[in-house]
Design a protein around this ligand. Structure first.
Ligand code: SF4
Length: 412
């Protein structure tokens, strides 16, 4: 009886925000590496040298691996390498088989299952590559693959056919041909450095690369795509930020998928980049078991704003071979967009895109807000589902008479 009373009282309280527990900032902590010196732990090269790269290391650190994960770890280095920085490993909850961090970086046996519609190059990058390591798909911009190494490897990587194959942290072997193509192509005004992860290069190498690009008069705008601030925030040193600030306008796209990735270390690293005047955007991939939940995604985009990062894109997961277990449906993606638009700050609402399979490019997809367009009005739906009319003539001329009333049945 007493319990029923207390439940009745609770029912009168306003609902707690279920996402609020995801929005706190915590440190990743030291985990198994408590004896490592502060200097080593905060040294990005130490983190790279001590990555978890073998099934034996993984099993030793995480005896709770499932049979699918053990099998996946054994097979991983035949396809996309296993690699997890100690810092990022500490975000995994070993007791939780559904931990959203775990699903992103621990290989699973399902990676060997491929369907006939899955591809090794789902975005058709290789067919838009005028020189190896450069993709020129859109009219005025190119994707410049700087290296094929990453700090950790995402199990859903669109470029798994390319990354993790190299032997060192040097420029792409075709570096001079990549630069030469841009120099010879005046339509290229925007260069996106990606990879692999460009921020794995040393400061000196990156400075050389950015200087070479800045010396090309028609290159107006530089961008770096990187998951390093998330996998290895120790790399975002004051010296790196000082070097990057010489090359404005320079934007940086971070890749983060879940609010738990936004730790105090990441928030501080992103703050250093923002203080260097670098506009920051975020790209998330919609992933089953990770962020295919409106409350999780809402907490994530709001937390990104607190890190001074504008949510930029949510990508539908590409049809990469062996990724079916991680792909969420487009229907789910649309539900998430519906739960964001109007329900939170407009700056927090990214664009949801599908990279059209086979090389069609990024195509925005959105819930339907325009219900009908007639000769004299547009009927729209707002985020609450209420309907409104906006009068206008179909040819764009000013409208001086109100359109006739229409029945709701005509709106859909
Ligand atoms: S960081 Fe980017 S390029 Fe590297 S494995 Fe992850 S998704 Fe692929």
């Amino acid at each position: 009886m007493q319990r029923l009373d207390s439940l009745a009282q609770d029912a009168d309280l306003p609902d707690a925000d279920p996402a609020s527990s995801l929005k706190g900032f915590c440190s990743a902590g030291r985990g198994y590496w408590g004896n490592v010196s502060e200097a080593d732990w905060n040294n990005w090269r130490w983190q790279l040298q001590h990555r978890i790269q073998t099934p034996e290391q993984l099993q030793q650190l995480m005896p709770t691996l499932t049979p699918e994960e053990v099998a996946g770890a054994r097979l991983a280095n035949h396809k996309l390498a296993l690699g997890i920085t100690p810092y990022f490993f500490n975000l995994i909850d070993p007791a939780d088989e559904l931990c959203p961090i775990r699903w992103q970086v621990i290989p699973r046996e399902q990676e060997t299952h491929t369907a006939s519609w899955e591809m090794s190059d789902p975005c058709g990058e290789d067919s838009h590559s005028p020189v190896a390591g450069l993709v020129h798909r859109y009219p005025d911009r190119v994707l410049f693959m700087v290296t094929d190494r990453c700090a950790s490897y995402c199990r859903y990587c669109t470029r798994s056919r390319l990354v993790s194959n190299a032997t060192g942290y040097d420029f792409h072997p075709n570096f001079e041909a990549q630069i030469d193509y841009i120099r010879r192509t005046p339509s290229v005004r925007d260069v996106l450095l990606s990879g692999g992860d460009p921020l794995l290069l040393s400061d000196e190498k990156l400075e050389t690369l950015l200087s070479r690009l800045r010396a090309i008069p028609h290159v107006e705008f530089l961008r770096i795509g990187s998951r390093i601030p998330i996998f290895l925030p120790q790399r975002i040193t004051p010296a790196l930020c000082d070097m990057l600030r010489q090359f404005h306008p320079l934007f940086l796209s971070v890749h983060s998928n879940h609010p738990r990735e936004l730790t105090t270390e990441v928030r501080d690293a992103l703050g250093r980049l923002a203080d260097a005047g670098i506009p920051l955007g975020n790209q998330s991939v919609l992933l089953r078991h990770v962020n295919d939940n409106p409350e999780v995604m809402k907490a994530h985009v709001q937390k990104l704003l607190m890190c001074r990062v504008r949510p930029y894109y949510i990508y539908q997961c590409d049809l990469i071979a062996g990724s079916a277990h991680l792909r969420a449906s487009v229907r789910r993606g649309l539900q998430i967009m519906e739960a964001l638009r109007g329900h939170t700050t407009g700056y927090a609402v990214p664009t949801y895109v599908i990279d059209a399979p086979g090389g069609g490019g990024k195509t925005p997809v959105s819930p339907e807000y325009v219900l009908s367009r007639n000769a004299d009005r547009v009927v729209i739906r707002n985020y609450e589902g209420k309907l409104f009319e906006y009068p206008e003539a179909s040819d764009g001329t000013p409208l001086f008479e109100a359109p006739r009333e229409i029945e709701k049945s005509e709106w859909v």
